[in-house]
Design a protein around this ligand. Structure first.
Ligand SMILES: [Zn+2]
Length: 263
């Protein structure tokens, strides 16, 4: 999936969270200006479906990373430190009931104005995200996938990019790294986003078995993405699938408890 797409308005080194959001807003303003006539209404069934799924995924982000109330001073280290690994560690620590050794750098998510917009374009099987929490999903992707679990896989992938600050990293790689390294590092962010997405969707109660199926249906159309088949193979590895299934079972049992409590 694309990330940080649209016209690059201003290029700079991986900067502050405010810079990230400003960059995202600039890019998204360009997209809105040129394509808003294709934005589906929030009441359109596709928009309602996608927003319901996203809302469950974002609830899982909040629950697992304890974003609310996090002190911005917890952000430490150099810019573009491997946030995604910190986030994965936070999820694993929570799952194992252990304290997190290092606080994940997630203050950039505080107060983020998440919004998912469906764009009418049946020929585009994809989605895009920006650092200020805006996500675009093309109708081509929705037509290509079947179940809510599969759609959750790709929405979680876009959310993972934002959580891990991948758009900011990608800008840095594109500007400062020679071509082969640039490709290597951006591919790495895509693999990380797939892995994080599978954990996130599972924690939100979506079946992680759908993740390999969903990515396998995608046709890699650029050098920054592995083929759908290779992505599916990586997500099907027993260690990663077992990790996700554990989160999925917890989410399902937690939802069952809520239902019983409310009866
Ligand atoms: Zn992606």
């Amino acid at each position: 999936m694309s990330s940080g797409g649209g016209r690059v308005v201003r290029r700079r080194r991986c900067g502050s969270f405010a810079d990230d959001r400003e960059y995202g807003e600039s890019c998204f303003a360009f997209v809105r200006k040129n394509h808003s006539s294709k934005f589906l209404s929030s009441l359109h069934p596709d928009s309602v479906r996608v927003n319901l799924i996203t809302s469950q995924l974002l609830d899982a982000v909040q629950r697992n990373l304890d974003i609310k109330g996090r002190d911005a001073s917890l952000v430490h280290g150099s810019p573009c430190k491997d946030t995604s690994l910190d986030v994965r560690h936070a999820i694993q620590s929570k799952k194992q009931g252990k304290p997190c050794r290092s606080q994940p750098q997630i203050s950039h998510l505080d107060g983020l104005d998440w919004e998912v917009i469906v764009v009418k374009n049946d020929g585009h099987v994809g989605a895009m995200s920006w650092p200020h929490g805006k996500i675009i999903v093309f109708t081509g992707l929705l037509n290509h996938l079947e179940t809510d679990d599969e759609i959750a896989t790709l929405l979680a992938h876009e959310i993972a990019h934002v959580v891990a600050r991948h758009p900011s990293e990608s800008i840095m790689y594109k500007k400062w790294f020679p071509f082969p390294l640039k490709v290597h590092f951006i591919r790495r962010t895509e693999i990380e986003a797939d892995h994080m997405a599978m954990l996130l969707m599972a924690a939100a109660g979506f079946d992680p078995h759908a993740a390999p199926k969903a990515v396998e249906k995608l046709i890699g159309n650029d050098i920054y993405h592995l083929s759908g088949k290779k992505r599916a193979q990586l997500l099907s590895r027993a260690k990663i699938m077992d990790e996700a299934l554990e989160l999925y079972k917890e989410a399902k049992s937690s939802k069952a408890s809520e239902v019983n409590f409310n009866l």
